[in-house]
Design a binder for this molecule. Sequence first.
Ligand code: FDA
Length: 305
Amino acid sequence: MLRQALQAVSTSPRAQALVERAPLTRDVVHRFIAGETMDEALDVTEGIVGSGRLVSLDVLGEDVRDTAQAARTVAYYENLLGRLAEAKLADRAEVSLKLTAVGQALDPDTALENARRVCAAAHEAGTSVTIDMEDHTTVESTLDSVRELRRDFPDTGLVVQAYLRRAEEFSAEMAYAGSRVRLCKGAYGAPESVAFTRRDDVDKSYVRCLKALMAGQGYPMVATHDPRLVDIAGALAVLNERGPDTFEYQMLYGIRPQEQARIAETGARMRVYVAYGTEWYGYFLRRLAERPANLAFFVRSVVTR
Ligand code: FDA
């Protein structure tokens, strides 16, 4: 219930204004967000890379509804990718991109062309792009865009959300050689008709998807903080005789950092999703929704100020 309420609030402009004005919010927010500027994000990236982990950088901002803003987002990503190359971080850090940040809600073709420019900049810098998966209403359009992008940029990653009833089908379809697939549970509200809503069912779906991806020819990216699923992924990798460079684990910045370090120390690939920027509201609310303790921490920081 609480999770669903927070997911609903994550799209409410009134709630956004309240949360953004709440005292001390920024300290709490910085647990999950690497900073507001490119320099801050690059410093964090350097630190993570220095500790033997990989990075995927996400510039916060979603649901862009004007063409000029979408174009600014593209230019921003181009600049970021140039900076990653200059700092010699591009072989250890990629970027994640939300199609709604480059105009999907305006027009999917515009978003596709914008995403193509970001992929071209990534290619030029010597790295790749993973396209995030958002609200369930955008899944078909996002999959179509990724299929198109992969014609020119085959290393473009995509995300499968295990809570979708069609997740296993998507995983099987996308488990081909060269295909980079990030498997996560799914962070948006979705109706029963398209998604599993019980945690147990989502976890079982995650395992079915993992089986398909690990048995396939692609490159699975196991995005979860759930210790049971991390263990199952490791066991499936052994069962399918996968070496450590044929798949990777992924976790979010600020969540289970010791576990991230432990996994990296075993010689496995561990990538940290580093979100940054000023448009942190939707991302932050989804992190609160994932764990009630986070909400308590947030409320405490406001009332005990
Ligand atoms: P679960 O929520 O069951 O958590 C397992 C354990 O992890 C918890 O018990 C707790 O210890 C810890 N934990 C999890 N979330 C926490 C939090 N917020 N704060 C503190 N501890 C926490 N979703 C999506 O819909 N589209 C996308 O494109 C992506 N992309 C993405 C990339 C990467 C790299 C990751 C790791 C995740 C995503 N997600 C996502 C988010 C994902 O769908 C999911 O909401 C979160 O990863 C939480 O689910 P877990 O698998 O961690 O399990």
